[in-house]
Design a protein around this ligand. Structure first.
Ligand code: NAP
Length: 283
């Protein structure tokens, strides 16, 4: 039996165990996924336990994605560029950190038939999700406007992304308010919500008023609970292409599964397992 786990605090809301255990079972693998609620002061100890032979790896979530990096033996280049690790692989006691969120957003766009190349992108948010999504988009889009409540965080991210050699976009930072959004949305081809606005229980909130959405726009939502946020609903109502947050979540999990097992992940089954769990139990 091989064990993978989630290191986070709290972890009770996570969809990872549901997705991965369904996938392990489907492929008949002798693997189990556990939730390890880990307070910051116990992170080092938990990471040490990952080196044991029965452990194959871990996912990492809030609040450990950055602090876990210095506990790794190696960090893959993509994760060090984003400055966060969300997946760990244990190879004979040697721990390597990866970030699969970039693949998550890349595959979710591909699956929806969206090529962001040359688009004008607007991303609301500058936290953890925004770093991975912003990194991916900055290598492809023509312009990336990062809009955040705390403007200094948007500026920091914009300046970091602009300085990367692979950055193809003109990246700018703005403060989150209605005028700025209205102005940015006029020419936008792609809108990302990388804030927690719209997340349960605050399901009536949205980062961008529905009146600023239009048909032809692509909307990428990071929030996956509820399955259909107000932003996704309002985008669909005006005929925009809307990609819900569960798609990115499943695809980042699928890459982690592939890193641990070396096998192709059953993404359709993982999506259904997470969808059913989110729909049921009043989540
Ligand atoms: P985070 O690092 O804490 O960042 C939160 C972001 O939301 C910040 O930009 C913050 O702005 C903004 N924000 C929070 N409350 C706000 C409010 N009332 N008004 C305006 N802006 C607000 O969190 P995160 O890890 O990026 O997660 C953000 C969301 O993405 C969560 O819902 C999370 O579940 C989801 N997520 C999804 C995936 C996926 O695979 N689908 C992956 C990661 C995260 P300030 O900087 O001003 O505080």
């Amino acid at each position: 039996m091989k064990v993978c786990c989630l290191l986070g605090h709290p972890v009770g809301h996570s969809m990872s165990a549901v997705m991965h255990n369904a996938a392990f079972e489907e492929l008949g693998l002798d693997y189990r996924y556990e939730l390890w609620d880990t307070e910051p002061e116990r992170l080092e100890e938990a990471v040490d336990r990952l080196r044991k032979p029965r452990m194959r790896g871990a996912n990492v979530t809030i609040p450990h994605k950055v602090s876990v990096m210095e506990l790794m033996d190696a960090v893959e280049v993509g994760a060090s560029k984003i400055g966060a690790v969300n997946t760990i692989v244990n190879d004979g006691g040697v721990l390597t950190g990866y970030n699969t969120d970039v693949t998550g957003v890349e595959r979710s766009l591909e699956e929806a038939g969206v090529d962001p190349g040359g688009m004008a992108a607007v991303m609301v948010g500058a936290g953890g999700a925004a770093k991975a999504i912003g990194y991916y988009l900055s290598t492809l889009v023509e312009s990336l406007t990062i809009i955040n409540r705390t403007k200094s965080k948007a500026e920091e991210l914009a300046s970091y992304l602009s300085g990367l050699p692979e950055c193809a976009a003109s990246v700018s930072a703005r403060s989150l308010n209605r005028e700025v959004l209205a102005d940015a949305m006029v020419h936008a081809d792609l809108l990302v919500n990388a804030t927690s606005l719209g997340m349960k229980p605050d399901v009536d909130t949205t980062p961008v008023d529905g009146s600023l959405l239009k048909s032809g726009l692509v909307v990428v939502e990071a929030v996956y609970n509820p399955l259909k946020t107000r932003l996704v609903r309002e985008a669909e109502e005006v005929g925009a292409t809307a990609i819900g947050g569960l798609s990115m979540l499943v695809h980042q999990g699928a890459q982690a599964f592939e890193l641990w097992t070396g096998l192709e992940a059953p993404t359709g089954l993982m999506f259904e397992a997470a969808r059913r769990t989110l729909e049921g139990a009043g989540r």
